[in-house]
Ligand binder design. Structure first.
Ligand SMILES: Nc1ncnc2c1ncn2[C@@H]1O[C@H](COP(=O)(O)OP(=O)(O)O)[C@@H](O)[C@H]1O
Ligand SMILES: [Mg+2]
Length: 239
């Protein structure tokens, strides 16, 4: 893997992978920049907007970090700065970079940015887009998934847990399947590496609740208790 480069300019610090973005500029974090180039190919609305971008032959996703909860109503996208590697974007970039090195199925991080303003900062991240991938909610609204897909998901989650990877928001939108049938996990904001513990079962319980919630939300949602059993059995059998 190529070395990550750092670019500093006033209050703004970026890191990027030159093998993925050889001509990197901080403009890459500007939605206007891509809009002017007609490079935006789509978007997904969650807490904020995840922008899908095509740059030459590369496909990326661009995300700004927003605050949630009560505080989020007042300071929408400002976080307290302590250290660069503890910022939301650099932490997610570094974690993804390590997980790719360990051959876990996560997208490669392209670049991250922190913009400091006094005691606070704002943050953005650019990640490779998994081509043709759809998340579990999109998939289950259309059709049921075969047993071996649920088993694969169980194995992938076990692989993450055995590597000690904590995901702070393991929900059905953060598990993707690509056109070849491979399972991917995304959205590692606030994730980290931990010793084995109760967080592992809690992670799974969170995914279960998310599937239940989506199932109640969509009149057609092809998910049954057998699917969850298949996932669990494969999770437990994984070494
Ligand atoms: N790297 C990626 N490759 C393909 N699709 C992605 C990727 N990242 C995000 N998406 C799609 O965009 C949606 C929202 O992205 P996500 O990063 O999870 O942001 P948030 O949860 O804050 O809305 C995902 O559920 C997924 O459908
Ligand atoms: Mg998400």
């Amino acid at each position: 893997m190529t070395a990550i480069r750092i670019l500093k300019n006033g209050g703004q610090t970026c890191c990027f992978d030159p093998s993925l973005a050889p001509d990197f500029t901080p403009d890459y974090f500007s939605v206007d920049y891509w809009q002017h180039r007609h490079a935006i190919t789509g978007q997904s609305h969650g807490r904020g907007i995840t922008w899908f971008i095509q740059h030459q032959t590369a496909h990326w996703v661009l995300r700004h970090y927003w605050r949630g909860g009560l505080i989020g109503r007042y300071v929408q996208d400002q976080f307290c700065f302590t250290r660069l590697n503890l910022t939301r974007s650099f932490a997610e970039f570094n974690l993804l970079h390590k997980l790719v090195e360990d051959e876990l199925p996560v997208p490669r991080p392209v670049a991250a940015r922190v913009v400091r303003q006094g005691l606070f900062y704002k943050a953005d991240i650019l990640i490779e887009r998994i081509p043709g991938a759809e998340d579990l909610v999109q998939l289950l609204k259309r059709d049921a998934l075969p047993r071996d897909t649920w088993q694969q998901i169980g194995q992938v989650l076990a692989q993450f847990h055995q590597a000690g990877v904590y995901h702070s928001d393991l929900n059905a939108h953060n598990i993707l399947r690509d056109t070849s049938g491979k399972i991917w996990v995304i959205d590692f904001d606030k994730g980290n590496i931990r010793r084995p513990g109760r967080w592992q079962a809690k992670n799974l319980a969170r995914l279960y609740r998310s599937l239940q919630k989506e199932s109640a939300l969509h009149p057609l949602f092809h998910w049954q208790s057998d699917d969850w059993q298949n996932l669990l059995v494969a999770y437990q059998a994984y070494r």
